[in-house]
Write a protein that binds this ligand. Structure first.
Ligand code: ADP
Ligand code: ZN
Ligand code: ZN
Length: 804
């Protein structure tokens, strides 16, 4: 039997299927979708079995070396999906398949240098000989840690044929194990009890414990429950009364938390109207994509929960995607409370092992629901009944590295394979999605009021230019300051929102205007107060705060802008009594910190929650009655055609945190451009008006949803090379595509240099370009040799979300 394998060598030349023979002893085990280890050139690599065949056209075929899985890790459906992904995201097959699996299942290789024959040890250079005394194999890392560079000698010995470089695949899967003890023979316990003398009272207590609870128990638990010691247990093990074993356990990050069960709420009239067509598709096993356009607090999550119940009732499974930052414990809790242990959770806060354990529960069918961030869209369920994407407009659903997929597109593929509904939910749908819903491609379901007559908060907009004119130099307008004071005196809570970490805390010279920039990237450095360092957020470069301007030597160089730290300081100055919890990347780096801070706020331990993007979503605390936005325009001026859309979405989302329960909410938005429609329309909670307005802008500029966009970006350490290649690509595109396609560029990318590599790009705007895929593939093919060497990089992004 022959198997066709995709090998883990991500280059253009190896992006195809390779034939291998299956040795007789592996024949009973092998299945499509399994990971195998195969010889490939001089090394051994991991691969996926894609298909089988009786024959091969090749004369000599190598044998597979090993099978890594007991059951296939990729189902037929996922194998097919990988094929689709390879084409639509223009990536290597291996990259597509690996994206579907948890990191723990991806191959790691160890390089070893092997002495071909101990009898020939004298033939290798003298300096190397000591390394191979009494052994044939030396770990490559050992050589690397040597202070003298042995590489040239090793290379010579390899070319002489006395040494050999071998690659060993390390299977990273680790199971968490725990030491347990159990009775050697249960029936014999009372007997043992009698035979123990009176001096062994402690041992007797342990035996009595096992007579009551005769099952295996972790040693640490036994010590606690039987109030005994390690020594006593050891003595019983030595007497063969107890035996010690290792048991594999599953790491459940939510294991030590208890959830009280909730029941489905009786739906409101509007909710019933919305859930009706969804039920209909579930019952009739029909694929359809729905857009629930529902304001914050309109009861979307309850719709999700009850649709999932219906699906579980049919013995099917559900995938729920939420953006990473709204994957808060609060959010997870709502699913766990409804479906208990049937829920797996996948997000980036989990360790590699924890993620693998959650994945295993999905793979072996012990859970029915997965709640997770973007990559959970690949959850290996075999009978999907519904896919839900909450906050569908979020940019995090687009992966910004290979494979550059959008979770929405993957979800559509999977939902249509399983004939089930896909639900997109948002208070501020992306323009693309809403336009499709209007055209009837998706079915539009609207929920424009909050549940239980809770009113949407009143939004006031403050023109900060006026504040400055009237002599207020503080970062708080008079209105916001008064309202904050008022809340503190009433014992109600406020949320202060500031876009982005260390928002424009750049360092500038007051005399000459010089701004400190990263020496490797064309971007200004950010000042971090706790470490007193200037850091680059793109490459990690850091340096000390300069004492003088490097351009004019002036001493008047300081940091500007208002990061969360600065705001915190200001609050302590102007509102000395206020208790503040600050949430940003710096305060939430430690595992569990995010949750701790939110719990403290929920328990009323602070008056003000101050934070960045991560507090914009998912928060649902009854006592929040005021939301303040400090610099609403900070996103508006980014070089990105979605800047207005993002601003409107973010402001709407933040506003939604206020007054979600009995107490009415108020929102104060501070801005320097109050007249801009993306800010003004937030006041009226008018998404539709925003949509119409923004659509007319997009139409004028030939941007999505009127046109599709693809960006081809070239990067290289030398600027002349980058320009030359991008120019050639530009004219190739103009020659190859129809005259309806618009090819722009080459131009420097918005960030023209990152990590010492210059970046140029061409942008293609098109409506219908059947040959585009082939043309883009040809570009990859033409530069294959150069990109494989690594100095030249070409990245092709269909439907880019972050324009950098
Ligand atoms: P969204 O997901 O649209 O923001 P949620 O589903 O979180 O809205 O609902 C907002 C609030 O209303 C929640 O506290 C939720 O428990 C409550 N809620 C939702 N549906 C109902 C219902 N049918 N009856 C009573 N309360 C409801
Ligand atoms: Zn940098
Ligand atoms: Zn200066």
């Amino acid at each position: 039997m022959i198997v066709k394998v995709v090998v883990d060598v991500p280059t253009g030349g190896t992006d195809r299927l390779f034939d291998y023979k299956v040795p007789v002893h592996l024949l009973p085990m092998i299945e499509i979708g399994m990971r195998v280890i195969v010889p490939f050139g001089p090394r051994k690599v991991q691969g996926f079995v894609i298909s089988t065949s009786e024959e091969t056209e090749l004369e000599t075929v190598k044998e597979i070396a090993e099978i890594l899985d007991v059951t296939p890790v990729l189902t037929d459906e996922l194998l097919q999906l990988g094929e689709w992904l390879t084409n639509s995201a223009i990536c290597f097959k291996i990259t597509a398949y690996q994206a579907m699996l948890p990191a723990a299942l991806r191959a790691k290789y160890k390089k070893e240098i092997k002495l071909v024959d101990q009898n020939r040890i004298l033939e290798i250079p003298e300096e190397l000989r000591v390394w191979f005394e009494h052994r044939d194999v030396v770990d490559w890392e050992e050589f690397k840690s040597n202070h003298v560079n042995l590489l040239p000698l090793i290379k010579r010995a390899i070319s002489m044929g006395v040494l050999e470089a071998v690659y060993v695949v390390k299977d990273k899967v680790t199971y968490k194990k725990v030491k347990v003890v159990e009775p050697f023979c249960r029936e014999d316990l009372s007997n043992q009890l009698m035979h123990l003398g009176n001096r062994a009272a402690k041992q007797k207590e342990v035996i009595e414990y096992f007579i009551k609870f005769p099952t295996a128990v972790p040693i640490t638990d036994l010590i606690e429950q039987a109030e005994t010691t390690r020594g006593t247990i050891k003595a019983l093990i030595e007497k063969n009364v107890l035996v010690e074993k290792e048991l594999e356990i599953s790491r459940d990050p939510y294991a030590n938390r208890s959830f009280k069960r909730t029941n489905p709420l009786p739906l409101t009239r509007n909710q019933k109207k919305v859930i009706e067509p969804i039920y209909h598709t579930i019952e009739n096993q029909k694929h359809e994509t729905f857009l629930i356009h529902g304001v914050t607090g309109s009861g979307k999550t309850e719709i999700y929960l009850q649709s999932i119940s219906k699906v579980i009732g049919q013995e099917k499974e559900a995938i729920v995607l939420v953006p990473e930052i709204s994957l808060t414990p609060q959010m997870v809790q709502r699913f766990k409370e409804r479906f208990g242990s049937l829920v797996a959770v996948l997000h980036s806060g989990l360790s590699v092992g924890e993620k693998y354990d959650e994945w295993r529960k999905i793979h072996n069918g012990s859970v029915k629901v997965v709640v997770g961030a973007r990559s959970a869209v690949f959850a290996p369920f075999k009978n999907i009944g519904i896919i839900i994407i909450d906050e569908e407009h979020e940019a995090t659903y687009k992966q910004e590295e290979n494979p550059r997929y959008h979770a929405r597109d993957v979800a559509i593929q999977r939902a249509s394979y399983y004939n089930c509904p896909l639900i997109l939910g948002s208070a501020t749908p992306s323009l693309e999605t809403y336009a499709r819903a209007k055209k009837g491609v998706y079915k539009l379901l609207s929920m424009l009021e909050r549940v239980n007559d809770v009113t949407l908060p009143t939004v006031e907009i403050v023109d900060m230019r006026e504040e400055l004119k009237s002599g207020n130099r503080s970062m708080f307008s008079k209105l916001l300051f008064d309202k904050l004071t008022d809340r503190i005196s009433r014992g109600e809570q406020s949320v202060l929102f500031l876009n982005r970490r260390g928002y424009s805390t750049f360092v500038m010279c007051r005399d000459c205007g010089y701004v400190a920039e990263c020496p490797h990237c064309d971007i200004s450095l950010t000042y971090h107060q706790t470490s007193r360092l200037l850091k680059c957020h793109y490459c990690g470069h850091q340096e000390n705060m300069p004492k003088t301007c490097s351009s004019c030597n002036s001493e008047h160089i300081r940091f500007f802008g208002s990061g969360t730290q600065k705001v915190e300081e200001e609050i302590t100055k102007v509102l000395p009594g206020a208790r503040v919890i600050r949430m940003d990347v710096d305060t939430t780096r430690k595992k569990g910190a995010h949750e701790k801070l939110l719990t403290a706020f929920a328990q009323g331990k602070a008056d003000i929650l101050l934070g960045t993007q991560m507090i914009a979503k998912g928060l649902d605390f009854p006592n929040i009655t005021l939301v303040g936005v400090l610099a609403a325009d900070s996103m508006l001026h980014l070089p990105d055609f979605r800047a207005s859309e993002r601003t409107f979405q973010l402001l709407t989302q933040v506003s939604g945190r206020a007054g979600r329960h009995k107490l009415p909410g108020e929102v104060v938005i501070q801005t320097y451009t109050p007249e801009h429609y993306s800010i003004d329309l937030v006041r009226q909670h008018d998404y539709i008006a925003f949509f119409e307005r923004e659509m007319s802008v997009r139409k004028l500029q030939n941007y999505p949803p009127y046109y599709f966009i693809t960006i081809v970006q070239v990067s290289h350490p030398e600027i002349t090379k980058v320009i030359e290649v991008t120019e050639r690509i530009g004219s190739f595109l103009r020659r190859s595509l129809s005259d309806k396609a618009i090819v722009l560029g080459p131009v420097a990318s918005p960030i023209a240099r990152i990590k010492d590599r210059y970046r140029y790009q061409c942008m293609i705007k098109y409506k219908n370009e059947p040959t585009l895929l082939a043309v883009l593939k040809e570009i990859n093919e033409n530069y294959k040799r150069e990109t494989q060497q690594g100095t030249l990089q070409i990245s092709i992004d269909k439907n880019p979300f972050v324009l950098m």
